[in-house]
Design a protein around this ligand. Structure first.
Ligand SMILES: Nc1ncnc2c1ncn2[C@@H]1O[C@H](COP(=O)(O)OP(=O)(O)O)[C@@H](O)[C@H]1O
Ligand SMILES: [Mg+2]
Length: 367
């Protein structure tokens, strides 16, 4: 038995909506058949970014932005299905994460917009959405949710492995033979790198980390950034744009006092990402043998290079080495999580999120 499932993910980077068309063979694994990243029109990008901060008339604005997000996604799914010669009735479900605009696990909530009912209406396919709230209701962080998928896909009975997803934020999954999986958000992934280069070079991201590589990390600034209490907080923990954002960076730079070249600040931010990931990993899994990187950060050559240097002699590769395209791992995870929901099976790992127990995640919007 196998199933067609579509996973939809748009993360905190706000680079676009990732669609992954998958064929799930519950006993053998999951195949990626086709995938696409739908870039956000500038207006929607700006509005989603603005909605991550408190603002005027935000309930109405969030309603409209959620609808625009769903329309964009539905159009992308229609195009994907047409390209593959598939009909909506052949697809078991769409697993749609939605766009996070607020994540407050300390207050017990996390808000994703993306009008799942509208998506179901437009696609005529059942949609599973709202994956985080049940874990939060059970006292968990609601995040990260990809570790269960990493475990299902990549667990190795012989050795400890780490899977590190570097999106806007970075999250770690530690897979140890015969032990519960652990995992957490280590802190910023690309979010500060994107913010700094957008401000000073008018680029959406630092391609291959070239700008960072042109500067030198400033050890004192890196030390100060790493002194933020988030990095030494014990897991379970998760974070987002409400904490690590342009204002956080501004404040850090003000405290630092010294004027630094802009490229050195970029290099220092890259170092922050690399050091916080490596520190998180080594503090939790010193027996780790191999590290697999996914998410957009896997394309940042400079970041990968620094991770390899810091973690040597550990082997650091992208998930391509185990047959999973790093760009689509997270969207594939939400296809799998939708299937888990429909099977009445849990999607969270209490050892990761801190929830009181395993829970079936998601709400179903019939097609
Ligand atoms: N070629 C590249 N070089 C450096 N960074 C890249 C490259 N491609 C993508 N990225 C980074 O990856 C980010 C998107 O990663 P993604 O996994 O989609 O994150 P999210 O889940 O937060 O949307 C971009 O914002 C950018 O910072
Ligand atoms: Mg993305």
């Amino acid at each position: 038995m196998s199933w067609w499932l579509i996973g939809v993910m748009s993360g905190t980077s706000l680079d676009g909506i990732d669609l992954a068309l998958t064929r799930l063979h519950p006993e053998h694994g999951i195949e990626l058949i086709d995938a696409e990243c739908l870039p956000f029109p500038t207006e929607l990008h700006n509005e989603l970014k603005a909605l991550c901060q408190p603002g005027n008339d935000e309930i109405r604005r969030a309603g409209l932005a959620g609808q625009a997000w769903a329309e964009l996604t539905a159009n992308g799914i229609h195009a994907l299905l047409a390209r593959q010669g598939l009909k909506p009735e052949q697809i078991l479900a769409i697993g749609s994460h939605g766009q996070t605009i607020r994540h407050h696990p300390e207050l017990g909530f996390s808000v994703q917009i993306g009008a799942p009912a509208l998506l179901a209406e437009r696609c005529r396919i059942q949609v599973v959405s709202d994956f985080r709230s049940r874990d939060l209701a059970a006292g968990g962080e609601g995040a990260p949710l990809v570790p269960a998928f990493h475990q299902w896909l990549l667990e190795d009975p012989e050795q400890t492995r780490a899977v590190i997803n570097i999106g806007g934020f970075a999250n770690l999954t530690l897979l140890r033979p015969e032990q519960p999986v652990t995992g957490f958000d280590s802190g910023p992934g690309n979010i500060l790198l994107d913010a700094w280069i957008a401000r000073h070079q008018n680029q959406a991201f630092d391609a291959e980390g070239r700008w960072a590589a042109s500067g030198s990390a400033h050890p004192e600034l890196v030390r100060q950034l790493l002194a933020d209490p988030y990095f030494c907080r014990p897991a379970p923990k998760s974070t987002g744009r409400e904490y690590f954002n342009a204002q956080w960076l501004e404040q850090q730079l003000q405290q630092f006092g010294q004027q630094l070249p802009e490229a050195d600040i970029q290099a220092s931010l890259l170092e922050l990402t690399a050091q916080s990931i490596a520190g998180g990993l080594l503090s939790q899994a010193s027996d780790c043998r191999s590290v697999f990187i996914c998410g957009g950060g896997a394309a940042n050559t400079r970041l990968l290079h620094r991770l390899r240097e810091i973690l040597a002699p550990l082997e650091v590769q992208t998930t391509a080495a185990v047959g999973v395209d790093p760009d689509w791992m997270e969207a594939m995870a939400f296809a799998w999580l939708a299937w888990r929901c429909l099977q009445g099976q849990s999607g969270n790992l209490p050892t990761v999120t801190g929830a009181a127990g395993p829970r079936v995640l998601g709400a179903v919007y019939p097609g």
